[in-house]
Design a protein around this ligand. Structure first.
Ligand code: ADP
Ligand code: MG
Length: 870
C-alpha cells in the first residue's frame, strides 16, 4: 500500500510488517473483539467463509478490502479455512489493551497449517494427522513424519520408488519439501495425493548442519547416534527441517516430542500404494470412505487413541513372529475372559483423549477444561490397573507395569482446579475455593459488593416507589439503575441519566459507582490471580507430560487389544499359527468385510492351501459374479490381519509370514481411472515381477483384461510362468481366460480351481464354493440360454465356439501355446480368432510400389475405397 504513496496508520503499518513476516498464510489480525483480514486475504476469506467484504477508509481513493469475524468464532472459521487448503497466521494482542501505552502490541502467536493442528475442534478424533518432510539427495530420500497432536515423530530412509508408497501409508495432511527439489514431475506426483497440502520451503530449511543442530538442541543431546541415526543422512535433514517448521508455526514449547524413532522397512510387511487401494484397507475404492473398508470392520475400539493406533497397526503389519505372537497371546487371554474384557472396555470408554490432551498441555494451549478432563481420566486408572493385575500373557503384564497412575499430577490438579472449570482461561471460576487465600479474599470482596448492590436495588425501589426498578450491568457503563419510561418522572434528582432506550431509562448514582469500583477491581484481581495459578499448574503438569504420554500409549494399546478380542469372539475368529514357511493354509476362511455385511451364516467359507497340497499358484476360473475376486482378496486380507496380530475369520489358519503383499486389479475392474488404464496395469505388474520375492504373496485379479484377448492371454500366461519359475511366490490368479487352466499341465506348482455353480429350475445359483478343477467352458452360452436368448443364437454360438476351440487346441486337446524354451518364436501358432485375409490385402500385396508414381498410388487408393463403399 505504501507503494501507492499512501500513509498508513500505525495499526496498518504493524499489519503490513506482520504480513510480510508470514508469507503464504492468511493473516487473521486481532482488532478489539474481531479478527480482521485485509486486501487479498479478505477477498479469499469472504469467498471461503462467506463473510461480507467491506472496506477500511471507504472514502479514500484506494479503500482497503476488509472482512472479519468475532474472536470467539475463531475455531469454526479456522476449520473452514484449513479444509479449503489455506494456512492461517493468527496475530493476537499480546498485552492487555487497558494497560497498553499507545498501540496495543500484536504478535503472531500461531500459524495453523493442515499438518500442525493440535486443536481438538480441528482434528478428526479417529485419524492421525501427519506432517511429513521429504529431503531428496543423490544417495536416497529422507522422509520424516510427525503427529504433532501426539508428539509421535519418526524418520526413515527411502527411495524414489518407495516414497509414494510410504506417503500412501501415512496419508499426510501436509508435506514439506525444499524449493530446489520441487521439479515439475515431483509437483505432479505429489499432486496425486488429494487432501495433502504441499508446502514448499526455502532451501535453507534443509541445510545439513542446521538440521543436525536443530535436532541436537531440541532433544538436548550431544550426538544423534543414540537415536541410531547417521548425522549426515538424508533422514536427519528431513527431520531437522520438519522440526524447524513446527517450531516456527507453533511458537510454543514442544516438550512432548521426546524422541525420534527410526522406522525400518524390514520390520514391516510392505504393502504398496496400489495394493492398499485395491484391498480397501482403510478406505473403499468406490468413494474413498472409511465405511466398508477393512479398518471399519476391525475397529471395535472405544477410545479415539485406540482407533488411531488400530489404523496404524493395520497400515503397518509386522514380520517379526515374536511380536505378533505376543499380541496374539494378549488377545487370546482377553477373549477367553469376555467379562473382564468388557469391563476393561467400559473403563476405557470413559477416558478422554489423553494423547492429544498431553500435546495441548506441552504446547501451552491447554484449557482449564483440558486439565479437568485429564484428571478425570487419571482417576479411572487405578480401577483399570487392578483389572490388569495377575494376567498371564507377557503383553498384558507389560501394559500393567507401564500404566503409570500419575497420582501426584492427579492430586495436584484435583486440589487446585474447580469441579466444573470454564473452557477459556480468561473466564473466572477456574480455581477451587480454598486453594489460595488471596484469591478467596478477592472473591469475597466481589461477592460482598454484589450483595450490597442487590440490597441497594431493593432499598431504592422502595424509597422512590418504583417496584420494577432494576440494577443492570453492561461493559460500557458498568452498573446502572433501570426504570421503565413510564416511571421516569418519579426518578429523584441525584440520579444521573446515562442512556435512553425505547422503553427504559438508565441512570447511575455516585454510591453505585463506588461499589462498582470495588466489585470490578476485586473481580479483575481474582481473574488475574486465577490465570497465574492456572498457568503455574499447567507448567507443573507439563513437567510430567512424558509420564502421561507413556500411560496414554498403554491405554491405546490396551484398547486395540481388547477391540481385537471382542472382534475375535463376535466373529468366531481363530488364532492363526504364524510360521516362516512360505505357505498359506486357511480352513473355512471368510472375507472379513463381506462376512460382516451379509446376514450371519450367509457367507460361504472356503479353504486355501497355498504352498502345501495345492502348490504355490492357484488359477481360479469361473463366471462373473461367482466369487473369484472375493476368494483371492480374503486370502490377502487374512494374511494382513494375521501379521498385525489379529485373529482371523477362519476355523483354522497357518500363515507363512509374507515380506510383501501385492494385489492388482485388472484395468476394467477398477473404477474411476483415466484412459491409460492398461499402461497403469502393466506398470504395476512390472513392479511385482521386479520386486516380489519367494516370501511374497501375490493376488492377481483379471490381469490382462485391459487389452485385446490375444495380448491379454499371452501376457497373463507369461506372467504366471515367470512367477512360477523365477519368483516362486505364493500366487492367487483370478481370471476369465480359460486358456490359463492349461498351465497346470506344465507348471508343477500350479493348480486349477473354479467356483461351483448350480442350475435349479432354470435359475443359476452361485454357490460361491471354490472347487478343484477348471470351470465349465461353455458356461457363458449356458447362462445366455437360461437368460432366454433365442435358440438360433445359442446354437450358432455353440458352433462358433466349437470352431474356435478346434483351431485353438492341438490334436491332443492341449491349448496351442509354444513351449517355454521357444517363447519368442512361436507366434504363428496363436491363430485363434484370425480370419481369412481380406481380398483387398491381396491386391495391395500384388502392387508394384517401386514402379508407381505417388499420384498413381493415390488413384489406386481411391479405386479401392470406392469398391469398398459399394
Ligand atoms: P467375481 O470376481 O467372480 O466376478 P465377486 O468375487 O466379485 O465375483 O463376487 C460377486 C458377489 O458374490 C460378491 O459381491 C458377494 O456378494 C457374493 N459372494 C462372493 N463370494 C461369496 C461367498 N463366499 N459367500 C457369499 N457370497 C459371496
Ligand atoms: Mg472379479
Amino acid at each position: 500500500m505504501s507503494a501507492k504513496g499512501r500513509k498508513l496508520t500505525p495499526m496498518m503499518q504493524r499489519y503490513e510488517e506482520v504480513k510480510k513476516e508470514n508469507p503464504g498464510s492468511l493473516l487473521l489480525f486481532r482488532m478489539g473483539d474481531f479478527y480482521e483480514l485485509f486486501n487479498e486475504d479478505a477477498q479469499v476469506a469472504s469467498k471461503v467463509l462467506g463473510l461480507t467484504l467491506t472496506s477500511r477508509d471507504k472514502n479514500s481513493p484506494n479503500p482497503v478490502p476488509m472482512a472479519g469475524f468475532p474472536y470467539h468464532s475463531l475455531d469454526g472459521y479456522l476449520q473452514k479455512l484449513i479444509q479449503a487448503g489455506h494456512r492461517a497466521a493468527i496475530c493476537d494482542q499480546v498485552e492487555d489493551p487497558k494497560k497498553a501505552k499507545g498501540l496495543v502490541k500484536r504478535e503472531v502467536t500461531q500459524v495453523i497449517t493442515p499438518g500442525t493442528l493440535t486443536d481438538e475442534s480441528l482434528l478428526d478424533p479417529r485419524e492421525s494427522n501427519y506432517l511429513t518432510s521429504i529431503h531428496i539427495t543423490k544417495k536416497g530420500i529422507g522422509l520424516s513424519w510427525l503427529e504433532l497432536s501426539e508428539g509421535k515423530f519418526l524418520t526413515t530412509e527411502t527411495t524414489h520408488e518407495l516414497l509414494f508408497d510410504e506417503l500412501a501409508r501415512l496419508k499426510p495432511a501436509e508435506c514439506l519439501i525444499s524449493d530446489n527439489a520441487m521439479t515439475p514431475e515431483m509437483e505432479e506426483e505429489l499432486g496425486w495425493f488429494r487432501g495433502m497440502m504441499v508446502s514448499k520451503l526455502p532451501a535453507w530449511y534443509f541445510a545439513e548442519k542446521e538440521c543436525q543442530e536443530q535436532l541436537l538442541s531440541h532433544f538436548q543431546i550431544k550426538t544423534l547416534e543414540g537415536f541410531d541415526l547417521e548425522p549426515d543422512s538424508a533422514s536427519v535433514v528431513s527431520a531437522g527441517a520438519l522440526l524447524s517448521y513446527v517450531n516456527e508455526t507453533q511458537k510454543s514449547a514442544l516438550g512432548h516430542i521426546s524422541r525420534l524413532e527410526v522406522y525400518r522397512q524390514g520390520n514391516n510387511l510392505v504393502i504398496d500404494e496400489a495394493t492398499r487401494r485395491s484391498l480397501e484397507l482403510t478406505q473403499t475404492l468406490r468413494d474413498g470412505s472409511r465405511e466398508g473398508s477393512l479398518l471399519s470392520v476391525l475397529d471395535e475400539t472405544v477410545t479415539s487413541m485406540g482407533a488411531r493406533l488400530l489404523a496404524d497397526w493395520l497400515s503397518n503389519p509386522l514380520t517379526d513372529i515374536e511380536i505378533i505372537q505376543s499380541r496374539q497371546d494378549a488377545i487370546e487371554e482377553l477373549s477367553n475372559d469376555y467379562l473382564l474384557c468388557q469391563s476393561i472396555r467400559e473403563q476405557l470408554d470413559q477416558l478422554y483423549d489423553m494423547k492429544r490432551l498431553t500435546s495441548r498441555i506441552a504446547t501451552g494451549r491447554s484449557s482449564p477444561r483440558d486439565l479437568s478432563c485429564l484428571t478425570r481420566s487419571l482417576a479411572l486408572l487405578p480401577n483399570l490397573k487392578a483389572k490388569l493385575t495377575a494376567r498371564t500373557s507377557s503383553k498384558l503384564q507389560e501394559l500393567e507395569t507401564n500404566l503409570d497412575l500419575c497420582p501426584e499430577i492427579r492430586s495436584d490438579i484435583e486440589i487446585c482446579l474447580a469441579d466444573e472449570p470454564p473452557l477459556l482461561i480468561t473466564d473466572g471460576g477456574i480455581i477451587r475455593t480454598g486453594y489460595n487465600s488471596e484469591l478467596d479474599e478477592y472473591r469475597e470482596l466481589a461477592k460482598g459488593g454484589k450483595e450490597w448492590i442487590a440490597e441497594y436495588q431493593a432499598k431504592e425501589s422502595e424509597r422512590i416507589g418504583i417496584p420494577n426498578l432494576k440494577v443492570g450491568f453492561n461493559r460500557v457503563f458498568g452498573y446502572y439503575l433501570e426504570v421503565t419510561a413510564a416511571n421516569a418522572d418519579k426518578v429523584p434528582e441525584e440520579y444521573i441519566r446515562k442512556q435512553t432506550l425505547q422503553n427504559q431509562e438508565r441512570y447511575i448514582t455516585p454510591e453505585l459507582k463506588e461499589y462498582e469500583e470495588k466489585v470490578l477491581q476485586a473481580e479483575d484481581k481474582a481473574i488475574q490471580l486465577e490465570q497465574e495459578l492456572f498457568q503455574a499448574l499447567r507448567d507443573r503438569v507439563n513437567e510430567s507430560c512424558h509420564r502421561i504420554q507413556k500411560t496414554a500409549e498403554v491405554i491405546a494399546e490396551l484398547d486395540v487389544l481388547a477391540s481385537l478380542s471382542i472382534l475375535a469372539v463376535n466373529g468366531s475368529y481363530c488364532r492363526p499359527e504364524m510360521t516362516t514357511e512360505p505357505i498359506l493354509d486357511l480352513r473355512e476362511a471368510r472375507h472379513p468385510v463381506l462376512d460382516r455385511l451379509q446376514p450371519s451364516g450367509k457367507f460361504v467359507p472356503n479353504d486355501a492351501r497355498l504352498g502345501t497340497t495345492d502348490g504355490k499358484i492357484q488359477i481360479i476360473t469361473g463366471p462373473n459374479m461367482a466369487g473369484k475376486s472375493t476368494y483371492i482378496r480374503q486370502a490377502a486380507l487374512i494374511t494382513i490381519m494375521g501379521q498385525m496380530g489379529s485373529f482371523v475369520p477362519a476355523s483354522e489358519a497357518r500363515i507363512g509370514i509374507a515380506d510383501r503383499i501385492f494385489a492388482r486389479v485388472g484395468a476394467s475392474d477398477e473404477l474411476g481411472k483415466g484412459q491409460s488404464t492398461f499402461m497403469v496395469e502393466m506398470t504395476e505388474t512390472a513392479r511385482i515381477l521386479n520386486t516380489a520375492t519367494k516370501n511374497s504373496l501375490v493376488i492377481l485379479d483379471e490381469i490382462g483384461r485391459g487389452t485385446s484377448t490375444y495380448d491379454g492371454v499371452s501376457l497373463a500366461w507369461a506372467i504366471t510362468e515367470y512367477l512360477h519359475d523365477v519368483i516362486e511366490c505364493r500366487t492367487l490368479f483370478a481370471t476369465h481366460y480359460h486358456e490359463l487352466t492349461e498351465l497346470c499341465k506344465t507348471l508343477k506348482e500350479t493348480t486349477n480351481w473354479n467356483v461351483a455353480v448350480q442350475e435349479l429350475e432354470g435359475q443359476i445359483i452361485f454357490l460361491h464354493k471354490i472347487v478343484e478343477g477348471a470351470a465349465n467352458k461353455s458356461y457363458g452360452i449356458h447362462v445366455a440360454q437360461l437368460a432366454g436368448v433365442p435358440h438360433e443364437v445359442i446354437n450358432r454360438a455353440k458352433i462358433i465356439l466349437d470352431t474356435l476351440e478346434e483351431d485353438h487346441v492341438d490334436d491332443s486337446g492341449k491349448t496351442k501355446v509354444p513351449e517355454r524354451s521357444t517363447r519368442s518364436t512361436g507366434q504363428k501358432q496363436l491363430s485363434l480368432f484370425a480370419a481369412e485375409p481380406h481380398p483387398v490385402l491381396k491386391e495391395i500385396k500384388q502392387m508394384d510400389l517401386n514402379q508407381m508414381t505417388p499420384l498413381a498410388a493415390l488413384e489406386e487408393l481411391h479405386r479401392i475405397r470406392e469398391e469398398l463403399d459399394n
